[in-house]
Design a protein around this ligand. Structure first.
Ligand code: ADP
Ligand code: ADP
Length: 574
C-alpha cells in the first residue's frame, strides 16, 4: 500500500501505445469522397460500440475487427495470433448475401445509414455462432442472452484495415463521454500512478459507494468510476437513469480531487470470467492499474436448469491469474453487509456474533420497493438514488401494461376485451383497444393472411402496444396471433414484465358452431384458404399468464377474472 504523490506517471496502455483509427483533416476529406462510391454494409448497435472502442484505442492493441488467425487463437487460447492476451473475439459478422461480390472496400454505416468508417476488405471467413458460444461462453444454452442474440448475426466475418471517418456521436451526457486519451489526461492531473477502476451496469447503492471508496484508499490512488453505457444485460436499468444517479453521487459524496466519472460505450457479452479479464485490459487502456472484480462479474444469471452459468469466483480468479501480464491487479469486491446497530458496513467475515444485519436484494428493490411505491431506506441507498429510481420506475399501479388475447377466430377475444374495457375505464385507466379486425382496416390495411403478412400484422400491433405501455397506458390486443414466435416478439417489444398473455382457449368445435362471422362455413367450403384451425395451424401459448374458458364462463366472469389477476400483480389497486 503506497501513497501516490503528485505527478506520478500513469501505466502505459496495453501493448504499449493507444490505437487511434480515426482520421482527421484532409485525409478524412479524401476518404469521405471515396466512401460514397463503395458498397455499404450496416453495423448493428453492438458492432457500432465495438468499432467505437477500436477507433479510440479502448481495445488496444486491437486495431481492426479480427481476421481469421486472430479469431481462431482468441477462441482457443484467449490470445491474438502474435501472443497478446485478448480473451473476447471482436468480429464484424454479416450474412453472406449482404456482401457485395468483388468489393475491395466497404462503407460501414450505422442503422440510420450514416457513414461511420471505411474497411479495406482483406478477409472474409465462415463464422459459426455455436462454436464461438461453446468456446467463449462455455455454453449453448439459449437462456444466455448472447447465445440467443448470436444466431441473428449472420454467417461470415469480414476484416481489414479500418479508417474511421465519423466516430459514433452521442448527444446524451456528452461531457462524460471520453476517449482513453482524454481519461488519461484527467487522471494524470490527479497525480496518482495507482488508479482503481470500477465497472458497473447497475444503479450505485451505499454498498458500492463503500466498496469503491475502500478500494481507492487501499491502493492509495485515484478512482475511475467507469459504467457501461453501450449494451448491457437485457432488462437492466436504462443508462439514462443510471448515469443521472452516478453523476449525482459523484458530485455529492466523492472526493473530486481523486474521483473521475466517465462513460464507457462498451457492448457487454455477459461472458463471465473471460469478460472480466477483457474488462481489466480495457481499463488498463484508460489508465487503471487496479480493477474491482465482484462476485459473478459479468454473469448472465441462471441457465435453463436454474444453475448459474459461471462459478461465483471464476472471474476474480482469472483476472488474478493474468494480473502480471495485464498489469492490472484485481481488487476483490468482498461481500459487505450492513450492521443495523452499529449503522455501518462491514465485511461478511467480520460480523460480530449475534449482530443484526440488513440486506435488500436486487429483486426486492424492484418488487418490494419500487413496484409498490415504497421508498428505499437511507442505509441502503442515498436519497438522490432513491428519488431518481422512483421517478423512472413508478409503482406498478401507475405503470402501463398490455393484455394480449390470443385464440381462434370466434373464441371470444373481442367480446371479453369489450367487457374488460368497461371495467378498466371504471377504474380510471386509459385504454387503447387493438382489435385484429379493426387494426386490419387501418394500421394493417392491405395485409392478407399469409404467414408473413400475419407476422407483420402482429409486430405492428406489438410495436404500438409497446409505445402505449411505455407511456403508462393500457393496450388490449385481440388478434388470433396463431404463431408462437411472433407472439414472443411482441412480448419482447412491450417488455416481459408488463406483457400478459390471455389465452382464450375455446375448442374449435365451439368456435365453429358459433361462427359469428360465417367464416368457418366458408373456410370448410374452401372459399377461404389458410384459415386458422381449419387448414392453418394454431400454436397454443406455452405459459400463458391467464387461460380463459368461454364454454363454462360468461364474458363478464372472464373479464372479472382478469381484473382479479391485475389486482394481484399490483397493476390495479384493490
Ligand atoms: P374473436 O374476437 O375471438 O374472434 P368474438 O369475440 O368476435 O371472437 O366472437 C365470439 C362470439 O362468441 C361472440 O358472438 C360471442 O357472443 C360468443 N360467445 C358466446 N359465449 C361466449 C363467452 N363465454 N365469451 C366470449 N364470447 C362468447
Ligand atoms: P391474425 O392474428 O391472424 O392477424 P386477426 O385477429 O388480425 O388475425 O384477424 C383474424 C380475423 O380475420 C378473424 O377473426 C377472421 O374473422 C378473419 N379472417 C379472415 N381470413 C382468415 C384466416 N385465413 N385465418 C384466420 N382468420 C381470418
Amino acid at each position: 500500500m503506497k501513497d501516490g504523490s503528485k505527478s506520478e506517471k500513469l501505466i502505459t496502455p496495453f501493448g504499449g501505445a493507444l490505437v487511434n483509427r480515426t482520421l482527421a483533416g484532409k485525409e478524412r476529406e479524401e476518404w469521405l469522397e471515396k466512401a460514397g462510391h463503395y458498397p455499404s454494409i450496416q453495423l448493428s448497435p453492438r458492432s457500432l460500440c465495438d468499432l467505437d472502442l477500436i477507433a479510440c484505442g479502448g481495445f488496444s492493441p486491437l486495431a481492426r475487427f479480427m481476421g481469421k488467425a486472430d479469431y481462431d487463437c482468441v477462441l482457443s487460447s484467449m490470445r491474438l495470433a502474435d501472443g497478446t492476451l485478448f480473451p473476447i473475439p471482436i468480429t464484424l459478422t454479416v450474412n453472406a448475401e449482404a456482401l457485395p461480390p468483388g468489393a475491395e472496400f466497404l462503407a460501414l454505416r450505422d442503422e440510420h445509414n450514416n457513414l461511420i468508417a471505411v474497411m479495406r476488405l482483406e478477409e472474409v471467413f465462415a463464422w459459426d455462432p455455436k462454436e464461438e458460444a461453446r468456446q467463449v461462453l462455455a455454453t449453448s444454452d439459449p437462456r444466455h442472452p448472447l447465445v440467443s442474440e448470436m444466431i441473428t448475426w449472420g454467417n461470415r466475418c469480414v476484416s481489414g484495415e479500418l479508417k474511421v471517418l465519423n466516430p459514433p456521436r452521442y448527444h446524451d451526457f456528452a461531457d462524460l463521454r471520453r476517449t482513453p486519451a482524454e481519461v488519461r489526461s484527467l487522471l494524470e492531473k490527479m497525480g496518482h500512478a495507482n488508479v482503481v477502476a470500477f465497472q458497473t451496469r447497475n444503479p450505485l447503492h451505499r454498498i458500492h459507494e463503500e466498496l469503491t471508496k475502500r478500494a481507492a484508499a487501499e491502493v492509495g490512488g485515484s478512482l475511475l468510476i467507469h459504467p457501461v453505457v453501450g449494451m448491457t444485460k437485457p432488462g437492466d436499468v436504462d443508462h439514462y437513469t443510471r448515469v443521472r444517479i452516478y453523476r449525482a453521487l459523484v458530485e455529492k459524496y466523492y472526493d473530486s480531487n481523486s474521483t473521475l466519472l466517465s462513460l464507457l460505450p462498451l457492448a457487454m457479452r455477459m461472458a463471465g470470467p473471460r469478460e472480466a479479464l477483457w474488462h481489466a485490459i480495457i481499463r488498463r487502456n484508460y489508465g487503471a492499474t487496479h480493477f474491482i472484480v465482484g462476485r459473478d462479474h459479468a454473469g448472465p444469471g441462471k441457465d435453463s436448469a436454474g444453475k448459474p452459468f459461471y462459478g461465483p469466483y471464476d472471474a476474480q480468479e482469472l483476472v488474478a491469474r493474468f494480473a502480471a501480464e495485464t498489469g492490472v491487479t484485481p481488487v476483490p469486491f468482498r461481500t459487505l453487509v450492513y450492521l443495523e446497530e452499529k449503522k455501518e458496513y462491514v465485511e461478511e467475515s467480520q460480523i460480530p456474533a449475534g449482530a443484526k444485519v440488513a440486506a435488500i436484494s436486487g429483486t426486492e428493490v424492484r418488487e418490494e420497493y419500487l413496484a409498490k411505491g415504497k421508498p428505499l431506506p437511507e442505509w441502503f441507498t442515498r436519497k438522490e438514488t432513491a428519488e431518481i429510481l422512483s421517478r423512472t420506475h413508478p409503482p406498478r399501479h401507475q405503470q402501463g401494461f398490455c393484455l394480449w388475447f390470443t385464440g381462434l377466430s370466434g373464441a371470444g377475444k373481442s367480446t371479453t376485451a369489450d367487457v374488460l374495457t368497461s371495467l378498466l375505464l371504471e377504474r380510471g385507466k386509459q385504454i387503447t383497444v387493438l382489435d385484429g379486425d379493426v387494426v386490419r382496416m387501418h394500421l394493417s390495411k392491405g395485409l392478407g393472411f399469409s404467414r408473413e403478412d400475419r407476422d407483420t400484422n402482429i409486430l405492428r400491433i406489438g410495436f404500438v402496444a409497446g409505445e402505449i405501455v411505455r407511456h403508462q397506458g393500457v393496450a388490449l390486443c385481440a388478434a388470433v396471433s396463431p404463431y408462437r414466435a411472433a407472439r414472443n416478439e411482441a412480448r419482447q417489444m412491450v417488455g416481459e414484465d408488463n406483457f400478459i398473455t390471455v389465452y382464450v382457449d375455446t375448442p374449435i368445435a365451439v368456435c365453429e358452431q358459433r361462427d359469428s362471422k360465417g367464416m368457418y362455413a366458408r373456410a370448410r367450403r374452401g372459399e377461404i384458404k389458410g384459415f386458422t384451425g381449419v387448414d392453418d395451424p394454431y400454436e397454443p401459448p406455452v405459459d400463458p399468464e391467464i387461460t380463459l374458458d368461454t364454454v363454462r364462463h360468461t364474458p363478464e366472469e372472464n373479464a372479472r377474472k382478469i381484473v382479479a389477476y391485475l389486482e394481484e400483480r399490483g397493476f390495479l389497486i384493490r
